[in-house]
Design a protein around this ligand. Structure first.
Ligand code: BJ8
Length: 424
């Protein structure tokens, strides 16, 4: 018997009518984009279930955790260390919105030239359709790009409590010291919500998050195989779910799926019949339910074999090294997180190297550089990444878009022309 989640959503203060409208769009979209794919691994059943209960059972788990004295932290950036949240007794959830939800309030708070990711977050908050936001005791923002920096000034009205990380913009000694200091401030903020962060608690939390990242790295390594054992859409979905799900259960499910993919690879079985052009996606993060471009690309006959993105290898690679004491763990966290090559850093040469190494390891035939419109950091970097890759013989298609379906036909035409170029 299915559980009626409506009383829970009402208690959380959601606008039930608007929320129904959201679920009414998401269900058919998921059916069309994911469930219609042929030859999916059996292990995807778990992730289908997670999505079917993403506003239901998972929210119940968060509320149960709070009832037992725990807390929930909502985040918008891969620079928020999940390890610290867990060590203080919390659960960390991603809040980025991959769909636009326009309200008059959002139009008053944000200039038109704001990227869809920020507009989506404001839209979901102002329309009261996100149970993760409503369940979050604390939301952590970060001073990364200009859009986010200014957005936090008005986002506080939508949340129970807001903390903003002051992020370095340069990876030098003072940048490192700033991040270290900011993680200490965050630690104290989290401790006030939960319990003191001890050496043992942080050690255990690092083990949990490292295991999650290792499982995702394993999944991404398996995508090097030809033919690809899993679609790019399914791999992206798993990486999106990594920001919501219980980390232990998620890790076990990813590893079980990887065992199945190992068998597929041994048997030479691919997710698609025949060989397809292999593409790497690089650029802005794609938050749930932003599946527009990967859907178009795979419908056009290519397979996506990797994502150089924060919801992808950029955000999920690298584990935290071991340490002997609490200050050592904080140093290890800073070392790990400062390796994220986000375009807000200037200069940011590591990112180009990462795109190149991913392309060669994954045997990509081409790269799609994906930017959300009005995202200056990634649009600036595209101007360097594209010619540098083309010079090395790797074709690049640059796409700037948003969440609206209006340009889907035009994007499909451009992707098809790119695939013809690869096959020529
Ligand atoms: S570490 S990529 S998650 S900041 S798309 S809001 S950059 S204007 S999301 Fe990001 Fe952290 Fe960096 Fe990763 Fe601004 Fe661009 Fe919008 Fe963006």
């Amino acid at each position: 018997m299915s559980i009626d989640h409506r009383p829970m959503w009402q208690e959380l203060g959601l606008d039930l009518e608007a929320h129904d409208a959201l679920l009414g769009v998401l269900g058919p979209l998921y059916q069309d984009v994911f469930l219609s794919q042929a030859n999916r691994p059996k292990g995807m059943d778990y992730f289908n279930f997670v999505i079917s209960e993403v506003h239901g059972l998972r929210i119940r788990e968060l509320l149960d955790h709070k009832r037992k004295g725990g807390f929930v932290v909502g985040t918008f950036c891969t620079f928020v260390p999940e390890e610290l949240v867990i060590a203080a007794g919390g659960i960390c959830v991603g809040l980025c919105a991959g769909a636009e939800w326009s309200t008059p309030e959002v139009d008053q708070l944000l200039p038109r030239t704001t990227c869809a990711l920020i507009r989506g977050a404001f839209g979901f908050a102002s329309a009261k359709v996100c149970p993760y936001l409503a369940a979050s005791d604390l939301v952590v923002g970060e001073n990364t790009c200009d859009g986010k920096k200014k957005a936090w000034e008005s986002f506080g009205r939508f949340v129970n409590d807001l903390h903003v990380l002051d992020m370095p913009q340069v990876k030098n000694e003072s940048g490192r010291a700033l991040l270290r200091e900011q993680y200490e401030v965050l630690q104290r903020r989290l401790e006030a919500l939960g319990r003191p962060v001890t050496h043992e608690a942080l050690k255990d939390a690092v083990a949990v998050v490292n295991a999650k990242r290792e499982a995702l790295a394993r999944l991404n390594r398996l995508r090097r195989a030809t033919p690809a054992p899993i679609s790019g859409l399914d791999a992206l979905l798993i990486q999106q779910i990594s920001f919501y799900d219980d980390p232990l259960r998620f890790t076990a499910s990813v590893n079980a799926l990887c065992d199945e993919l190992d068998e597929r690879i041994k048997a030479g079985t691919g997710v698609h019949a025949g060989t397809r052009p292999r593409l790497l996606l690089s650029g802005c993060p794609m938050a749930v339910p932003n599946w527009k471009l990967p859907h178009i690309v795979e419908q056009a006959g290519a397979v996506i074999v990797g994502e150089e993105s924060c919801i992808g290898a950029r955000g999920l690679r690298n584990t935290v090294a071991t340490a002997e004491d609490l200050p050592g763990w904080l140093d290890a966290l800073v070392d790990r997180y400062l390796r994220i090559d986000c375009a807000i850093f200037s200069p940011n040469p590591e990112r180009l190297g990462h795109v190149e190494s991913m392309s060669s390891e994954l045997k990509a035939d081409g790269v799609i550089h994906y930017c959300l419109q009005f995202c200056a950091p990634y649009q600036f970097e595209a101007l360097r990444v594209e010619p540098a890759l083309e010079e090395r013989g790797l074709p690049v298609l640059r796409i700037d878009t948003d969440y609206s379906p209006e340009d889907a036909g035009q994007l499909a035409t451009r992707v098809e022309a790119f695939l013809e170029r690869l096959e020529a």
